[in-house]
Design a protein around this ligand. Sequence first.
Ligand SMILES: Nc1ncnc2c1ncn2[C@@H]1O[C@H](COP(=O)(O)OP(=O)(O)OP(=O)(O)O)[C@@H](O)[C@H]1O
Length: 258
Amino acid sequence: MNPIAVSARQISVSVQNNPILRGIDLDLPAARWTSIVGPNGAGKSTLLKCLAGLLRHARVQGQVQLLGQPLAALPARERARQLAWLGQNEATADDLPAYDIAMLGRLPHRAWMAPPSAADHAAVQAALHTTQAWDWRERPLSQLSGGERQRVLLARALAVQAPVTLMDEPLANLDPPHQSDWLRTVRALVGGGATVVSVLHEISIALQADDLLVMAAGQVTHHGACADPATHAALERVFDQRIRVRHIDGMWMALPRV
Ligand SMILES: Nc1ncnc2c1ncn2[C@@H]1O[C@H](COP(=O)(O)OP(=O)(O)OP(=O)(O)O)[C@@H](O)[C@H]1O
């Protein structure tokens, strides 16, 4: 059994007295990829932000642990080294060239005001090559297409080289070949011992994870292996039986029920 990379105990979140998450308990094992799925408004992004300690303007109860330590007690730099984050539609410095955006992922590794080290440059170069964003490294983010931009932001997260990576809708704007590349990248991260947690709307891609966390109405309704029939039943249930899970070409896929 792998050690637990991220755990949550009795997490409840409310915004302006509206409950959004209700008493969530979870243990996400290290060196595994967990996908979070569920209908719109289920609370997936809120949960992911809570696991990253990024919830502001919200009342948060309960405790999150990252690699065995209370998240709230970790110094910000330490947290940023251990946990890489790829958010959804986040504002970022659009005027910066792609290379500098990816270099932001190295900030937690650098001394105050110190120039990037050879290791920082190597990490950024590797990340930009992995996401195939190297060719436009000198172009400002504002001049890139949606998918190109997403690949630079993914490179920024990869450049952190953190043991835990949380990604909210990482496939946004990515075409099918780059979705496949993303899958390969995640598999490589997990194969190297890292832990990945992703919120995904592409259910067939989510089913390629090791484990699935199914959410509805601010609660976890199921947490199990992607290959487990009980997980497939939970998935079909949470989407009102509007999808069915089938084994096709050696992979679990979600098909629309029409
Ligand atoms: N800042 C906020 N103020 C008020 N309500 C919020 C806020 N953030 C989220 N909510 C509400 O909390 C609920 C959960 O939102 P969240 O973004 O976590 O859902 P989600 O499962 O990620 O949804 P989607 O699949 O549509 O991205 C939604 O009903 C949303 O309207």
